[in-house]
Every structure is written in C-alpha cells, then in structure tokens.
Ligand binder design. Structure first.
Ligand SMILES: Nc1ncnc2c1ncn2[C@@H]1O[C@H](COP(=O)(O)OP(=O)(O)OP(=O)(O)O)[C@@H](O)[C@H]1O
Length: 310
C-alpha cells in the first residue's frame, strides 16, 4: 500500500493484443483500502482485460499498475498470497466433491481457511459432499467464491460473481461481499448488473471501448445526468402553452422535460397546471438512475467525448 492508502493504483494503463487491437487504452484509477470498487461496461469494453492486469496475469503494454504497493506481474510471488481471485469460469475437475475441490486448492494456498469454513461462508456447507458436476450453475459460482476467499485475501477480485444465481443467491452473495468489505477487505468487482453496482459499490468506473468514461460514487455518476418529468396533456392544450422555462420535448400531447433541478421544475409545472386548470395525465417524475447513465454510454454511436461529459 502506498502512503495515500491506495491498495490499487493504475496509471496510463494500456493493453494491446496480438494483431494490434488495443482493449485497454490508457486508464488511470486507484482503489483505497477497504473500498469496494466496481468496474462496469458494455460487452467488450475491456473490463476483464483490465482486471487481468491488476491480478498479475498479464503485462500491460504501457503504463503502471501497483497492488499492495507492488507490481502484480513482476512481483507475483509477493502479491499472489495476499489477493483472492474469482474468475468467470472456475473449471474444476467435475468428479471431485465441493469439499475435495476446496481441500485441493487449500494445498496451494498459504494460511488457508478450513474447507468447511470456506463452504459455510458461501452457503454451501450442506453441499460439501456433492460432486462438482452435480452442483447447479449458481452453486458452482459460490464454489468459485469459496476458493477466492480461502486464503483470507486483503484484496478480492470478483469477476461477475452473481451471474447464474437466483435472486436469493444474489442477495446472499451481496451480503457476504458487504461483510467482507466491512471487515476491511478491498474488493474489485466487475458486473453487468447495474443494481449490483448501485447497491454495493463505494465508487465505480464505467468503461467503454477501452477507456474510463465516467467515475465516482454511484450518486456522483448519476447526479450529472438530468432527471425526467413525463406527462400527457389534454387534447385541447397544445404543448406550446407550457411555460418557456420548462423546455419540453413534445410528441403530440406526450411531453418529456429533462431537468437538472427536478424539484424546481416539478414545482413550476404543478403551479402552471393548477393555475391553468390543466390535468396532467400519467405524470411521472424521476431522478436519473445509474442505468440511464450507463445506457447513454452504451447507446450505439456514442463516442467517448459525449460519454466523457458525464
Ligand atoms: N486474447 C485476445 N486476443 C485478442 N482480442 C481479445 C483477447 N481477449 C479479449 N480481446 C478483445 O478485447 C476486447 C475487450 O475484451 P474484455 O474481455 O476485456 O471485455 P469485457 O469488458 O470484460 O467484456 P465482457 O463484458 O463481454 O466480459 C474485446 O473486443 C475482446 O474481443
């Protein structure tokens, strides 16, 4: 860890693949101790390519990365025992039971938790004697997580940890991840579930085409997006009668107002409607969500300049 308390520091990170394609195009970010940092992005945005650099599985083509103050690739022997990695595909021998799988991994892990404890942590205590091939997809994800937690890691990398889990399994995993974070574990999470990032992350970064295009707390990322008010005007009231300050995009009688001051705009609209005796049908006012911020970035044709305005 450096003197600023950052457990992970990436600066100007690039990763090119053979053939010249650059999947990570110069990204800079840091993660503090005990922080839960989520990396979001469209398919192919470069999340896995980035996380592999942090895990020391590959060398960047440019830039630097430090995990716990060291180079995770060149100083792998020092870094590896202190990190836990949950990959997208575990790939276990399918004839071993869950407990045998954990014990096999424990043999390669320093200061490993007892197998039973690791399985209990992820809610697989009662499934310890079941062969991996007989576990459900969601149970296999939990086994992946048990292996990542085996060495009591200081930094935990979770690559789409809840894919394939049902709603209850997802909530249980979120609770466990929160408990680990509260106990001081630094967590880097990649996910496709915006709700997961919104609910878990202290800070997040949205990647698009190899770059970070928005970063901050979930509130900061969404606060920069406008809120929306929608309603339908009665047939006899044209949208041109709306006050000028409510710059409205109208499609016939359907009106959508985008505003950065939801309370003020809504107040003004309601006063106008009241004074003019106009009934606003299907009135709906909502703050921007992380999903909206994300969709704006992911929309085809969006370039990083637009997204960079987030
Ligand atoms: N070994 C490789 N050789 C060449 N290109 C690759 C290689 N691995 C990944 N890529 C490309 O790099 C880009 C980023 O891939 P990456 O897996 O990092 O994205 P991601 O954000 O994790 O995507 P997803 O959400 O789909 O998992 C993609 O266009 C992918 O096709």
């Amino acid at each position: 860890m450096n003197s600023d308390g950052h457990v992970i520091e990436a600066a100007g990170l690039r990763r090119g693949y053979r053939g010249g394609f650059e999947a990570v195009s110069g990204i800079t970010f840091s993660v503090g101790r005990g922080e839960l940092f989520a990396l979001l992005g469209t398919n192919g945005a470069g999340k896995t390519s980035t996380v592999e650099l942090l895990e020391g599985l590959a060398l960047p083509s440019a830039g630097t990365v430090h995990v716990l103050g060291r180079d995770p690739y060149r100083e792998r022997a020092a870094v590896r025992p202190r990190i836990g990695v949950m990959l997208q595909e575990g790939g276990f021998p399918s004839d071993l039971t869950a407990a045998e799988t954990v014990r096999m991994w424990a043999g390669c892990t320093s200061h490993a938790r007892p197998a039973g404890e690791a399985l209990e942590l992820v809610g697989l205590g009662r499934r310890s004697g079941v062969r991996v091939k007989q576990l459900s997809g969601g149970e296999r994800r939990r086994l992946d997580l048990a292996l990542a937690l085996l060495g009591r890691p200081e930094v935990l990398f979770l690559d789409e940890p809840t894919t394939g889990l049902d709603a209850e399994g997802r909530r249980d995993t979120w609770q466990l991840v929160r408990e680990l974070r509260d106990a001081g574990t630094t967590v880097v999470l990649t996910t496709h579930y915006l709700e997961e990032a919104e609910s878990l992350a202290d800070r997040l970064a949205i990647m698009h085409a190899g770059r970070i295009v928005a970063t901050g707390t979930p509130d900061e990322v969404t606060a920069s997006r406008p809120s929306r008010i929608r309603f339908v005007l009665p047939r006899e009231v044209p949208a041109s009668r709306l006050p000028l300050t409510l710059r409205a995009a109208a499609d016939g009688q359907r009106v959508e107002i985008r505003t950065r001051e939801l309370q003020r705009s809504l107040g003004e609209l309601l006063r106008w409607a009241d004074e003019s005796g106009v009934r606003l049908d299907r009135l709906d006012a909502r703050s921007a969500s992380l999903e909206e911020a994300f969709l704006e970035i992911a929309r085809p044709g969006t370039d990083t300049e637009l997204a960079g305005a987030l």
